[in-house]
Ligand binder design. Structure first.
Ligand SMILES: O=C(O)[C@H](O)[C@@H](O)[C@H](O)[C@H](O)COP(=O)(O)O
Ligand code: SF4
Length: 606
């Protein structure tokens, strides 16, 4: 199947726009390449420090023969998705030894659970935790003892952060090692229904806690299709994970077999052998375009409209929301996983999973097949599912037909002819919206603005019975430079209650929403942000706002002269710059680029 013309056009445009930056990046990565074990470059003193506590691996490390893997782990007990990784380093060390190499934990990175911080002050550190993870990844790998890296991380900011950091070591082969989704508990839709009843005063706190605990009930990634599970899909369509490794549950023999296989593969593709596959070669403009197509086709998290920009920048590539919008409009929606439907990621996997989805999109010419996957083949070979036959790891072809077309469909008979993400633009700036989670009848609105300078102010107005009729809730001063661009997902149950009462409502914000947000139209990531000259600061209660997700329009229906004559509101953000560590992130707030630039504080040359 030939490549779809839009895929071809956008890929060429990205390559052209990025040429100087990408050439400079590749030249720097090439200069780091060595045909001997990296540790051979270290002095005796450096090296001795590096193997002093290496026990059984000391002889190999000392002799500088055989590959050495640097493990960067985001293990902690806070994230159910990362908790299973506590024992992965021991498994990886043994597998590396058995394969004639070695592995060492190069460092740990912090990992925030956005579910724990959702709606709380800690969420204002969430986005910059990505940049912090990138910095910690670089510190870990800067020991320069390594010939490959295994990155142990799954969740929201952790995968983008690990990837951004590892891209500074793009001369190394890099594989991601996930733990997989928790088994299905209380369905996400039922959990969301209890939340709405609680928000509406019709359910007790004990009833709510019971529902939450039945939904988030064990080790593994939460089963909704939020940013964490979108990360797993992206890593597969970019070829940065073994085929079908994304959604195998933790604590299973197959999961451990995949971790061992990733270790063996990492040693096979170092510069010491004949199958050298460095990260810089794998993550090129074709892989990034594959990521945007995968996001659109599966209704993935809006957070990737930010993270993918930052990841691409770390690889010397420049992408923007026009690229994302154009690709999304050319890509059919072939998966419906909560919040885009009732199913969870385990149902998706059972229906055919990513192997089926990748094969469908490849056959339609919507993905680049010719990318350099870490498994050694191209993306066509990524479209497989792992299996264990007499304890041996095998890969089998993806299902020919979906086993549940309420969850996973073909490109020929999709859920929607266009993908899940849209860029909006107009006199209020540029924004992003996820349409795949919003019913068609709710994808546009024209209604008066109700202005709030915090999500709690909106919730207080709801509790006071002041949110009646149709309105666009404008929650502003939530951008990266204001307060770290938190997710405002705590608003979802309340806005859902109002919408279910028959009120026509929408959210407009320069903040973010969770990848798990859905149902209510939300125009988010508005750039410029309110405190940086954005038009949101000029809005007044009652201004008529028009949002049309299908047409891609975002406007306030006030004439330009009136708008220009208004004084922008000044925001008191001092309370957001202290508490729970926020006082330590002032430099990142000041250095952050716009959401469309990835809201990243790491690339001073922009
Ligand atoms: O982008 C995301 O996917 C979210 O940040 C997610 O990781 C977060 O944990 C949500 O808050 C979970 O949803 P609930 O808050 O509804 O449990
Ligand atoms: S998916 Fe979200 S809530 Fe679940 S463990 Fe990861 S960060 Fe926490």
């Amino acid at each position: 199947m030939s490549l779809h013309p839009v895929i071809e056009r956008v890929t060429a445009r990205i390559a052209e726009r990025s040429r100087d930056l990408r050439d400079d990046y590749l030249a720097r990565m090439d200069a780091l390449r060595t045909r001997n074990p990296a540790r051979a470059r270290l002095s005796c003193g450096n090296l001795a420090h590096g193997f002093a506590a290496a026990g059984a691996d000391k002889p190999l490390l000392r002799a500088a023969r055989g590959g050495n893997i640097g493990i960067v782990t985001a293990y902690n007990d806070m994230l159910s998705a990362h908790q299973p990784m506590e024992h992965y380093p021991a498994l990886i060390r043994a597998a590396a030894r058995n394969a004639g190499g070695a592995a060492q934990v190069a460092g740990g990175v912090p990992a925030m659970c956005d579910g724990v911080t959702q709606g709380r002050d800690g969420m204002e550190l969430s986005l910059f935790s990505r940049d912090t993870i990138a910095l910690a990844t670089a510190v870990s790998l800067s020991h320069d003892m390594f010939d490959a890296a295994l990155l142990l991380g799954v969740c929201d900011k952790i995968v983008p952060g690990l990837l951004i950091g590892a891209l500074s070591f793009g001369h190394l082969p890099v594989l991601f090692v996930p733990a997989g989704p928790m088994t299905s508990g209380l369905p996400n839709k039922e959990k969301a229904a209890v939340r709405q009843r609680y928000a509406d005063g019709k359910a007790s706190r004990e009833e709510l806690l019971e529902a939450e605990a039945k939904s988030y009930h064990g080790p593994g990634t939460c089963t909704f299709y939020g940013t964490a599970n979108s990360n797993q899909m992206l890593l597969e369509v970019m070829g940065l994970m073994l085929p079908g490794a994304a959604f195998v549950n933790p604590g299973t023999p197959l999961r451990d077999a995949l971790t061992v296989a990733a270790t063996e593969q990492a040693l096979k593709i170092t510069a010491l052998g004949e199958h050298y596959t460095p990260l810089a070669k794998t993550l090129d403009e074709k892989a990034i375009v594959n990521a945007m197509v995968g996001l659109a086709a599966t209704g993935g998290s809006t957070n990737h409209a930010i993270h993918l920009v930052a990841v691409a920048r770390a690889a010397g590539l420049r992408i923007d929301w026009d690229d994302l919008d154009e690709l999304s409009r050319a890509t059919p929606l072939i998966a419906r996983i909560y919040p885009n439907g009732g199913a969870d990621v385990n149902h998706f996997q059972a229906a055919g999973g990513l192997g089926f989805a990748i094969r469908e999109l490849l056959d339609a010419g919507l993905l680049h097949a010719d990318i350099h996957c870490v498994h050694g083949g191209d993306l066509r070979a990524q479209a497989q599912e792992p299996d264990q036959i007499d304890l041996k790891l095998r890969w089998r072809a993806p299902l020919v037909a979906s086993l549940d077309d309420s969850v996973l469909r073909t490109v020929a008979a999709p859920f929607d002819s266009e993908g899940g993400l849209r860029r909006l633009s107009g006199n209020l700036g540029r924004a992003v919206v996820k349409v795949s989670a919003v019913a068609p009848e709710h994808r546009s609105i024209e209604a008066p603005a109700r202005i709030f300078d915090s999500q709690d102010a909106l919730l207080d107005a709801f509790k006071a019975g002041q949110l009646d009729g149709d309105f666009v809730a404008v929650v502003r001063a939530q951008g990266p430079r204001a307060n770290g661009m938190p997710e405002l997902h705590k608003l979802t149950p309340t806005l859902g209650v109002l919408q279910d009462r028959g009120q026509h409502v929408a959210l407009l914000t320069d903040g973010r929403m969770s990848g798990a947000s859905g149902k209510v139209l939300a125009a988010i990531h508005v750039v410029p942000e309110a405190i940086a000259g954005g038009a949101l600061a000029l809005l007044r209660d009652g201004d008529r706002i028009a949002i049309d997700a299908e047409a891609g329009a975002l406007d306030v229906l006030v004439d330009a002269a009136t708008l220009a004559a208004r004084e922008p509101v000044r925001f008191d953000l001092a309370p957001n710059h202290h508490g729970l560590g926020r006082e330590l992130f002032g430099v990142m707030r000041q250095a952050a680029g716009t959401a469309e630039q990835g809201a990243c504080s790491l690339f001073v040359e922009g």
